[in-house]
Ligand binder design. Structure first.
Ligand code: URP
Ligand code: ZN
Ligand code: ZN
Length: 462
């Protein structure tokens, strides 16, 4: 790959990238490689060359009981590849009383259709002694270094504080990272019940019954429990509010080993403009944590948090449901709508808008979309352009303008949360382990070519 500007999280350079057998073998100044006629040359003149994106929070074909998120591992990873993401991490999901190993094996089989490399986190929806023993065993057996716990969704995936403390103690002992969905689910359920009883059922009430204070409270509590457990590595998923961000910053200042993830929807979408559209369109924006009022300044704070490393990662929480057949299938009341927004295809472009707007640097874009998620989740061969790393590379045109739309996206989803949004920057050519899988908008990979990624316990500390 020649004549491009290579961007890593720690700087940019005018260098050519040499690839052999799926790995990067050299990164050298422009024009200094001797070529043979057999070599394939990709000309990246005028382009950026960045590490393939790593999206550590997606939900392909997630069975939520009654319906399944609309992207399969095949369609979802094809969409990801089009957008310059070459690695995803999805979840195996154990429920109360269920078996951890069985849930892991089942998900392993489903994800085998992926066209890009993939890993799994283990959800513990029913923390008990057996689940903790079984989760611990996945470290060596499967190379799995992270669990996920829910402080929301009582009766479904919810863990109480005692269960969370026990799980965090296990993480503290092993170095496993605990991802947490941090919202006070018990309090939220009271607010939902009261809103529905009062006839307040429009989509915006999804956000109004999940106030940012109840997100912040849960982040605070998770941080306290992590410290009490011996400073377990903690990763707060889909952080959406200024309030929750302040708690992450405060916890870090107390030495808590905590990292924050936000998602493009919290940086670009809002209660007033999207969730507040009423029925049917507002249903498309029902996800948890919820979209916040733009007027309250959450977006500004989250962009600032990304620029200053208060937030470590941008993931998508890609969880698509079609509007008519899925989102609206159970009636027009916010609490009956499957939660989730689809966006795995657009993360790199949507965060690149932060560069275009001058909110973050190119290096920071690479850091939060590729390097940090790879590092935090123990993916040693991903997230960086350097000799020895997998040749997951994106030739990115920073000046190409295009409009996001359901009519052109590759996700198996009948609407786009970003319909009509014009963005600047687009992946032109995408390589996964040295193989061109997208070029000029055409998918050239094949089902099942993605590999399961064993991961290292990251032992990352802030
Ligand atoms: O609304 C969302 N985010 N659905 C996916 C499951 C979760 O809570 O992450
Ligand atoms: Zn969640
Ligand atoms: Zn999620």
């Amino acid at each position: 790959m020649v004549n491009g500007t290579v961007v890593n999280s720690d700087g940019r350079s005018e260098t050519d990238v040499v690839v052999e057998d799926g790995r990067i073998s050299a990164v050298v100044p422009w024009g200094s490689v001797s070529r043979t006629e057999r070599d394939t040359v990709i000309d990246a003149t005028g382009m950026l060359v960045v590490p393939g994106g790593v999206d550590p929070h997606v939900h392909m074909q997630l069975d939520i009981g009654g319906t399944v998120s609309s992207d399969t591992f095949e369609s979802g990873t094809i969409a990801a590849a089009h957008g310059g993401t070459t690695t995803i991490i999805d979840f195996a999901e154990q429920r109360t009383g269920g078996s951890v190993p069985a849930s892991f094996e089942a998900r392993l089989a489903e994800a085998a259709d992926s066209v890009i490399d993939w890993g799994l986190h283990q959800v513990l929806g029913g923390v008990d002694a057996q689940a903790l023993v079984d989760a611990r065993a996945l470290i060596d057996r499967e190379g799995l270094g992270s669990i996920k716990l829910f402080m929301a969704y009582p009766g479904r995936l919810y863990s109480d504080d005692g269960q969370i403390l026990r799980a965090l103690q296990m993480c503290s002992e092993t170095g496993m990272t605990a991802m947490v969905h941090a919202e006070n689910g018990l309090a939220i359920d009271v607010l939902i019940e009261q809103a529905v009883a009062a006839g307040r059922t429009a989509p915006e009430w999804h956000s109004r019954t999940r106030p940012p204070e109840l997100e912040a409270e849960a982040v605070h509590r998770a941080g306290v429990l992590s410290r009490v457990a011996g400073n377990a590595p903690l990763y707060v998923v889909h952080l959406s509010s200024s309030h929750a961000l302040r708690e992450v910053v405060d916890a870090r200042s107390r030495g808590t080993n905590i990292f924050g993830e936000t998602c493009p929807q919290y940086l670009h979408l809002s209660l007033e403009e999207h969730l507040g559209r009423g029925w049917p369109d507002g249903a498309a924006y029902i996800a948890s944590t919820p979209l916040r009022p733009r007027s309250e300044g959450h977006q500004e704070d989250l962009w600032r948090g990304l620029s200053t490393d208060e937030l470590a990662v941008v993931a998508t929480d890609h969880c698509p449901f079609c509007l008519r057949e899925q989102k609206l299938a159970h009636g027009e009341s916010f609490n009956l709508v499957p939660n989730g927004i689809g966006g795995v295809e657009h993360r790199m472009d949507l965060i690149h808008q932060g560069v275009v707007m001058g909110r973050i640097t190119l290096e920071r874009w690479v850091e939060v979309c590729a390097t940090a998620p790879a590092r935090l989740f123990g993916l040693d061969s991903k997230g960086r352009i350097a000799p020895g790393m997998d040749a997951d590379l994106v030739v990115y045109d920073p000046g190409e303008r295009h409009v996001l739309s359901a009519t052109t996206h590759h996700m198996d989803l009948d609407h786009s949360a970003y319909e009509g949004l014009e963005v600047t920057g687009k992946a032109r050519t995408v390589l996964s382990r040295g193989e061109v899988i997208v070029d000029g908008g055409e998918f050239l990979g094949r089902r099942g070519r993605g590999r399961y990624l064993r991961r290292r316990i990251s032992r990352e500390v802030h």
